[in-house]
Design a protein around this ligand. Structure first.
Ligand code: GEK
Length: 247
């Protein structure tokens, strides 16, 4: 997946920056874009595989919601190799993503079946799950619809099952938030993005990616019934939480 084209979608000045969409142009550069934009992305993917290894029993069902090109599913599939009856259901509502995701998965041999579905995760049936992964997806769901989606995930998890939720987040204090945002931009500059690219991408994404604070995530998950969610990875203003549905 690291062999994707270099992301230059925002390299030239645009007269008007439209809202960001996960279309065929984004699919072409997606692995490069996410690796150069999300601090710790590879470590998080590896960690998701490790969690799956520990949490998913034989005949367990796993969901990868907002799967994009299937990177989290691939990592879990690798770690779960040989575990009888495990199935992964990978869902994304971008037809271009889903098509390329299927090609990626077909490119690797595995005894763990992955079913790829083109669906809006707000309407997807979630049932009998032992692990649900949302790796940087909830932030694209309108804020007022997040609670309902998480309630449906909770209802679809078996007792003892887990949700892994990775998100970009906003720090509680404005001055600390500004520092973390600045460190993130420095990370992007170090990865070859120009000031123009950073500014135009920011403008494109601000209406479609609305971020919460970590305590908003934690409180919402606890109010739904999850045990206190634990941050298991953080780099700057990017974090991944694990929340367990108590027995
Ligand atoms: C990874 N998890 O590489 N229904 C289904 N899919 C959605 C919805 C929705 N309502 N909203 C957004 N998406 C991946 C990376 S990317 C994160 C996830 C990023 C999908 C959208 O089409 C896109 O593929 C994905 O969520 C978000 O581990 O680009 O920052």
């Amino acid at each position: 997946m690291s062999s994707s084209k270099r992301d230059a979608l925002f390299a030239e000045p645009l007269s008007q920056v439209g809202d960001f969409v996960f279309d065929a142009k984004v699919v072409e550069v997606f692995p490069d874009m996410i690796n150069r934009s999300v601090p710790g992305y590879q470590s998080i993917l590896r960690g998701i595989g490790q969690w799956a290894q520990r949490l998913v029993p034989e005949h367990g069902r796993v969901y990868d919601l907002g799967c994009s090109l299937g990177a989290a599913s691939l990592s879990m599939r690798q770690q779960l190799q040989g575990r009888a009856g495990v199935e992964i259901i990978a869902i994304d509502n971008s037809a271009a993503m889903v098509e390329r995701c299927q090609l990626h998965l077909d490119g690797y041999r595995s005894d763990i079946p992955v079913q790829v579905r083109c669906e809006d995760i707000r309407d997807s049936e979630i049932s009998n799950a032992t692990l649900v992964v949302m790796n940087f997806t909830l932030q694209f769901v309108p804020p007022e619809q997040r609670n309902r989606l998480l309630e449906r995930i909770y209802a679809g998890l078996k007792p003892g099952g887990a949700l892994i939720l990775s998100e970009k987040f906003r720090a509680e204090q404005a001055d600390m938030d500004a520092l973390l945002v600045d460190l993130h931009h420095e990370f992007k500059r170090a990865n070859g993005y120009s000031e123009l690219e950073i500014a135009q991408k920011r403008a494109a994404i601000e209406n479609v990616m609305r971020i919460d604070t970590l305590s908003t995530h934690q409180q919402r998950l606890q109010a739904i019934g999850f045990a206190l969610p634990q941050v298991w990875f953080q780099c700057y203003n990017f974090a991944s939480l694990i929340a367990i549905k108590q027995d």
